[in-house]
Write a protein that binds this ligand. Structure first.
Ligand code: 4GX
Length: 246
C-alpha cells in the first residue's frame, strides 16, 4: 500500500519512517510512504500557508489554495485512485474496524493540518473522509497520521511476523489481551502463574482465553456489549461470561 502525507513539518516523519516495524515494512517494499512539504505548493515568495481568520478571533487558519493544489498534484501522481483523509478532532473516531477498512485501499493521502484549522473549502473540495484519533486536542495532524500509518502497516500482509501474528491480536478477537510474563520467575515477590511454566499447551491456551475475557470484563465491559464480540467467544468463555453476570 502507498501513503502520501502532506505537512508543513516533513522532518517529524523521518525517525518514525526509518525505525522498527514501519521502517522494515518500507525497506521490504511492503509499504511506501511519501512525505510532501505543503510549502512546496505555495505561490508566494514567503511560502505562506496561513492567514488571519475571516470574522476575527485568535489564531491563524491554513489557506485553501496550497492544500488544494497539493492534494490535486499528489493525487494525480497516484492515478487519482487515492482516498484523501483529513486528520482532525472533528473526524470519525479511529478504531480497529476503520483501520482495516483503510488498509484495504491501495493509495491514501493524509492531510496534516496545524493552527486553528484549515479553510473549510479544503474539506469541501479535496477530502473524502475526516478522521480523529481521539477526543483531545493536539497541535497538528502529524502524530495522528503516524498513529494511522503504524496501525495500517500492521494490516499489510507480511509486515507483522508470525511470532506476534495479527490474527492473534486482541482486537481481531474483540477482547483485550491476556497478561504476559517473561523471566525472571519472581519480581518483587510476584510469581509467574504456574500454568505458563507447566508445559500443557492446551491448558495455556484456555488460561489465556479466560484471562482475556476477565481483563475485558474488568477494564472494558463496553466491548462485550457488541454482538459480534460475544459471537466470537469460545463456549468456555461464554459460560464464564454468563457466570460473571449472576
Ligand atoms: N485527531 N488535531 C489537527 C489542526 C486542524 C484542525 C481542524 C484540520 C482541521 C487531532 C485529533 C487533533 C489538532 C490535528 C488540530 N486541522 N487530529 N489540528 N485529536 O487534535 O486527529
Amino acid at each position: 500500500m502507498r501513503v502520501q502525507v502532506l505537512t508543513i513539518f516533513p522532518e517529524l516523519f523521518e525517525p518514525f519512517l526509518s525505525t522498527s516495524l514501519v521502517g522494515r515494512a518500507i525497506e521490504k517494499g511492503l509499504l511506501e510512504v511519501r512525505v510532501h512539504d505543503l510549502r512546496d505548493f505555495t505561490a508566494d515568495r514567503h511560502r505562506s500557508v496561513d492567514d488571519e481568520p475571516y470574522g476575527g478571533g485568535g489564531g491563524m487558519v491554513m489557506m485553501a489554495p496550497p492544500w488544494i493544489r497539493a492534494v490535486r498534484e499528489v493525487a494525480a501522481a497516484a492515478g487519482d485512485r487515492c482516498w484523501r483523509v483529513l486528520l482532525s478532532p472533528q473526524g470519525v473516531r479511529l478504531d480497529d474496524a476503520k483501520v482495516r477498512e483503510l488498509a484495504g485501499r491501495a493509495d491514501l493521502v493524509l492531510l496534516c493540518g496545524r493552527y486553528e484549522g484549515i479553510d473549510e473549502r479544503v474539506r469541501q473540495t479535496v477530502v473524502d473522509e475526516e478522521i480523529s484519533i481521539g477526543d483531545y486536542v493536539l497541535s497538528g495532524g502529524e502524530l495522528p497520521a503516524m498513529v494511522l500509518i503504524e496501525a495500517l502497516s500492521r494490516q499489510v500482509p507480511g509486515v507483522v511476523g508470525l511470532a506476534d501474528s495479527v490474527a492473534n491480536d486482541s482486537f481481531r478477537l474483540g477482547l483485550l489481551d491476556h497478561p504476559h510474563y517473561t523471566r525472571p520467575p519472581v519480581v518483587e515477590g510476584l510469581e509467574v502463574p504456574e500454568v505458563l511454566t507447566a508445559g500443557d499447551h492446551a491448558k495455556i491456551r484456555r488460561w489465556r482465553e479466560q484471562e482475556a475475557l476477565r481483563a475485558t470484563l474488568e477494564k472494558r465491559p463496553d466491548l462485550l456489549a457488541r454482538p459480534e464480540v460475544v459471537a466470537g467467544l469460545t463456549p468456555e468463555q461464554r459460560r464464564e461470561l454468563e457466570r460473571s453476570k449472576s
